[in-house]
Design a protein around this ligand. Structure first.
Ligand code: NIG
Ligand code: FE
Length: 391
């Protein structure tokens, strides 16, 4: 049997299991958490905790589940500092900037892509993220998309095929030809590495019919759809995602009533990416409107070199609370259990017996401090699958 560890003297434990404590976060005061091997075996009052081999004193601080970042683009080379600099001087964000990263990524070696991904993952872990989804989308050839996914799959369980990120320059006059490639030979090469298929459904990227063809082809190969939807303008992305039973529709910056109704009536999670609006000086999505309509909302970083070069879930939580109408409780739920819902996972994003022992100790008496103390490094310790992550 694996050795067990009890974390004691927890001021506030957010379990994200409403059967274990107060509210949707399942909050327990004066709590203890016991982990054994990779799993949680007890989450509840300190008084009721079973004995364990090892003991960690939380010192009256808060414990939360590791964050679940359900949307990132981490297989790339180069950066877009100049583009960001120009944007902060007034230039708008446009989908075309993606091609800059495509050129740098194609030119990079496998080792460079792998090292870059590992560096970003380490950065995510240090900030409390223990489950990460990432996508291809900066290769846009059969070979470059497949190698991006192979690099991602070497480190991650949640890998998404995004051959339909933008139309690469060499297909600028033959978009139909590129869709044929994405739904044909590129899909054949990529499907073995991926769990999900995604498309950037947007003016300047792929329209509703093209997106439908790409997601349907992916689904026929066993990949589950998720969609970049309604980021830069109103459009068909959200309704298409719901119609196809996508796991998640992401961005949701420009929504009609019909879009909100569609999300509320379906099973598709609405994933909001505040780092993106922050870094593109765009209007924030209205999380309050979605929550009040009954939509399941996830929060994610969208970490990528163009529109949102942050790996910090605490930053996203702070912005979501300040700018998007979320309460601190809702933001924490969306960054943990909500992300898990967007990835159709029940073993992460919550601290309940049987769940993966992905645990974050905060340097704060409660999770509310994640929004109350923006920009302050509050992640004191992280356990991933029961192992303490080196600081
Ligand atoms: O999710 N919207 C499309 N894709 C990314 C941006 C990628 C880039 O600009 O490099 C996003 O924001
Ligand atoms: Fe994205």
């Amino acid at each position: 049997m694996s050795p067990s560890t009890v974390i004691t003297h927890i001021s506030t434990l957010a379990t994200c299991d409403p059967t274990l404590g107060e509210g949707p976060l399942g909050l327990v005061r004066d709590a203890a958490l016991v982990i054994e091997g990779e799993r949680v075996v007890y989450a509840g009052s300190a008084a009721g905790a079973p004995p364990a081999d090892n003991r960690v004193d939380a010192g009256g601080r808060a414990v939360i589940p590791g964050f679940v970042d359900s949307h990132s683009h981490l297989v790339f080379a180069g950066d877009r500092t100049e583009e960001f600099n120009a944007r902060m001087s007034g230039r708008p964000y446009a989908a075309g900037g993606i091609r800059t990263t495509v050129a740098a990524t194609r030119a990079a070696s496998d080792n460079t892509l792998d090292a870059n991904l590992r560096r970003h993952l380490a950065e995510l872990h240090r900030q409390g993220t223990t489950t990460v989804e990432t996508k291809s989308g900066y290769g846009l050839t059969v070979e470059d998309e497949a190698r991006a996914l192979a690099v991602a799959a070497a480190h991650l369980e949640e890998v998404t095929y995004l051959g339909a990120h933008v139309v690469p320059a060499e297909f600028a006059d033959d978009v139909a030809g590129y869709v044929d490639l994405v739904t044909g030979p590129m899909l054949d090469a990529c499907a073995p590495y991926a769990r999900w298929v995604d498309v950037f459904c947007e003016q300047g990227a792929f329209d509703g019919d093209q997106a439908r063809a790409i997601l349907t082809a992916g689904a026929a190969r066993g990949l589950i759809p998720r969609v970049h939807a309604n980021q830069l303008s109103y459009g068909p992305g959200v309704r298409l995602a719901v119609e196809l039973g996508a796991a998640s529709a992401d961005h949701l910056t420009h929504l009609t009533e019909a879009d909100v109704d569609a999300l509320a009536s379906g099973t598709t999670v609405g994933t909001l990416l505040p780092g993106c609006e922050f870094s593109t000086r765009a209007v924030y999505p209205d999380a309050r409107r979605l929550l009040d309509a009954g939509v399941t909302v996830a929060l994610s970083t969208d970490c990528n070199p163009g529109s949102s070069f942050t790996s910090s879930m605490p930053f996203c939580i702070a912005v979501a609370v300040r700018e998007m109408g979320m309460t601190p409780d809702e933001a924490l739920w969306s960054a943990t259990a909500g992300g898990a819902a967007a990835l159709r996972r029940t073993d992460v994003g919550r601290l309940t017996p049987g769940a993966r022992a992905d645990v974050v100790l905060l340097d704060a008496p409660s999770h509310v401090h994640l929004a109350y103390r923006p920009g302050v490094p509050l992640v004191a310790a992280v356990w991933a699958r029961g192992e303490l992550v080196p600081a």
